[in-house]
Every structure is written in structure tokens, then in C-alpha cells.
Design a protein around this ligand. Structure first.
Ligand SMILES: [Zn+2]
Length: 122
């Protein structure tokens, strides 16, 4: 792969990584024990027991439940991005994991973390 393109894609990956991490950091906490894993923060309902507090707590539980799939998706993307960055380091970036052919430039520009070529990938 042309070095210039590789650097460009690496820059994109690092940018995306930073923005996903920033986004995740708003509602999730990096799991220190498990690399690449994030945990959605469970909102704490403070205060005593009362109608309003309980209602707020229910809202927060709902928010938590809604955030879980979002967190999961972001985590998966982050993992793909990290994998791509790892491949750049090892010098094996841009090859299809399925057929071993080079992934075309167009596809990488749209999806720099692509693991498969356009024929093999979805
Ligand atoms: Zn392929």
C-alpha cells in the first residue's frame, strides 16, 4: 500500500478512536480489568424514597437500558479500529481476512477498519 494512503487511513482510524472513546466516556467507564471493554455507568438515584425520586430512578433505569446496545456497538467499533491500528503496526493492514487479497482503496476510505474486501465483506 502507498505510504501516503496508509498514513491517511491511520490518521482517520486514530481520529475515530478518539471520538468514540470520548463519546463512550460520557456514559461508560473503561473496564480496567478487561482490555477494550467498557461498562455503562449505572446512574445512582440519590435521595430518599419518595414518589419523585422513584420516578426519576425509573427514568434512569430506562436510560441505562437504552444505552447498553449503544455502548456495545461503540465497543465493537472500537475493537475493529484497534485491530486495524494493530495491523498497521505489523504491516499487514489492508488485506482481506477471508481471501487474502488487498482491500480496495475506495472501501478503506469509507471504512478504514474493514477486515474483509468488498466481495467477502457485508
Ligand atoms: Zn476477500
Amino acid at each position: 500500500m502507498i505510504k501516503k494512503l496508509l498514513l491517511e487511513l491511520k490518521g482517520k482510524l486514530e481520529e475515530q478512536k478518539a471520538s468514540i472513546e470520548a463519546e463512550l466516556g460520557k456514559f461508560a467507564k473503561k473496564d480496567e480489568n478487561l482490555k477494550g471493554d467498557w461498562d455503562t455507568k449505572f446512574p445512582k438515584a440519590d435521595g430518599g424514597i419518595g414518589g419523585q425520586v422513584l420516578e426519576d430512578a425509573a427514568d434512569q433505569v430506562e436510560e441505562y437500558v437504552n444505552l447498553l446496545p449503544v455502548e456495545h456497538n461503540m465497543e465493537l467499533r472500537l475493537q475493529s479500529i484497534n485491530l486495524a491500528l494493530e495491523k498497521i503496526k505489523k504491516g499487514v493492514y489492508g488485506k482481506c481476512e477471508n481471501c487474502g487479497k488487498n482491500i480496495d482503496e475506495e472501501r478503506l476510505r469509507v471504512l478504514p477498519e474493514a477486515r474483509e474486501c468488498s466481495k467477502c465483506g457485508k
